[in-house]
Structure formats: C-alpha cells, structure tokens
Design a protein around this ligand. Structure first.
Ligand code: GTP
Ligand code: MG
Length: 220
C-alpha cells in the first residue's frame, strides 16, 4: 500500500511540474488562464456562452467533461476557439491534459477559460497552471456549500454566485453563503450573476479584463 501512495505522489508531482511549465509559457505570452470550478449544472457553460458574446479580449475555451462534446458544441456556436477534454471517468482535469489541449488552440488569444469537470471537490486539488481559480456556485445548490467544500472557496480568487434570477423561487440562505465565503477567503472577489438575464455579466467581464491588464503590467 505505501508503494501505491508513493507512485501516486510522484505522478501528482510530475503533473505539477507540467502545470508550472504551462504557467511560465502563458506568462511569456501574456495570456491569462482561468480555471472555472463548480458542481455539475452550476452554470459554468452558460456563464461562458454569455461571456463570449462580445468581450473586450480575445478568448479561447478548454472544455472538461467526463463524456460527450455537448459543452464543446455550445461554445463552438459562439465562434470562439474551443477544445474538448474527455476524462472518461476522471473527476477533474490535470495539467498533462491541458498541455495537449493548449497545443490545439491558437496562440494569439488573451484569455483562456478552462471549464473543469463538474465537481466541487477534486478539481480544486489539481493545479493546471492557471492564473486564478474561480468558484462557481448557483443559488439552487443552497447557501451551505462553502463551509462544506472549503478547499475550492479557500483558493478561489473569485466566487461567482450564479442563477440569481432564481432567488425568489428557491430557499437560498444568502447571509450564510457570503459570511462563510468571508471566513474562508475574505480577499476573494464576489459576484452575483444571471447568465440568462444578463445581470452581473459586465462586472464579471470587467474582473477578467482587470486580471488580464494586471498580468500584462506585471510582465512589462
Ligand atoms: N435560471 C437560470 N438558469 C441557468 C442560469 N445559468 C444556467 N442555467 C441553467 O442551468 C442548467 C445548467 O447549466 P450549465 O451551464 O450547463 O451548467 P454547467 O455547470 O456547465 O454543467 P456541467 O458542465 O454539467 O458541469 C441549464 O439548464 C442552464 O440553462 C441562470 O443564470 N439562470
Ligand atoms: Mg458545462
């Protein structure tokens, strides 16, 4: 058993090295990469669809899913370059998979959005070389999630609460949600969006643009 643990650790370390290499490559190119993490159905793809309508930067998308190209097809319809990764059972993306996906995307982009496999737990434990992790959580999931799944909320640079148009219809304890985010990560940016109605989308785009500008200023 300890041998198995050792092998697993060395595989994870090798993957982390790839992640650091990817980050260096993206830093050299001045490209921002965001790792979007949230439960299945939390609204990640819908947020992307809405974000890609007319952003002030050139975007590309890496779609992570266990099976199917359904999200890929949705993003393709926006006209933005997109690559699918199917994990075939895996509950998270890894840097070695992202490395191969990046080879299939054009280099002349400003922002790469990575939609991780729908899961609030495992994806938070794997560094992909991203600049920021973004926690995506919908009001329909309930307000108790941050403390129950703390690792993601602890690491995220931003917490995006989605589907806020549903607030009148679902019992969502908003005070608990944001108080717990505060306890875990007071520095995280907080946004409330409805990708269906458009509420909060321009704030989200401003946040991404701000991260891109900050990265390029640091690099110059
Ligand atoms: N009312 C409402 N529904 C939304 C909103 N955003 C997404 N949805 C719906 O929520 C469902 C799931 O949305 P997706 O964007 O596919 O969720 P996802 O996180 O990409 O799901 P996976 O890729 O399976 O993890 C769809 O039926 C969307 O239409 C929103 O802002 N408001
Ligand atoms: Mg999706």
């Amino acid at each position: 058993m300890p041998r198995l643990v050792e092998i697993r650790r060395s595989v994870m370390e090798a993957d982390e090295e790839i992640a650091h290499r990817l980050r260096e490559m993206l830093d050299r190119r001045g490209v921002l990469m965001l790792n979007l993490i949230g439960s299945p159905g939390s609204g990640k793809t819908t947020l992307l669809e809405r974000s890609l309508i007319d952003p002030p930067f050139r975007s590309a998308v890496i779609e992570g899913d266990v099976e199917t190209t359904r999200d890929l097809d949705r993003i393709k319809a926006t006209g933005v370059p997109v690559v699918q990764i199917n994990t075939h059972g895996g509950c998270h993306l890894e840097a070695n998979l992202v490395e191969k996906a990046l080879e299939r995307l054009p280099e002349d982009v400003d922002v790469i959005f990575v939609e991780n496999v729908g899961n609030l737990v495992c994806p938070a434990e794997f560094y992909l070389g991203e600049d920021h992790k973004v926690a995506i959580c919908s009001v329909a999931e309930g307000g108790d999630k941050p403390l129950k799944y703390p690792s993601l909320f602890h690491q995220a640079s931003a917490v995006v609460l989605t589907k806020v148009d549903l607030k009148p219809y679902v019992p969502f304890d908003e005070a608990t949600f944001w108080d717990d985010v505060d306890k875990l990560n007071p520095k995280a940016a907080r946004l409330e969006v409805s990708a269906i109605k458009g509420e909060g989308i321009s704030r989200w785009i401003d946040l991404v643009e701000g991260w891109l500008c900050a990265k390029r200023e640091r690099g110059s």
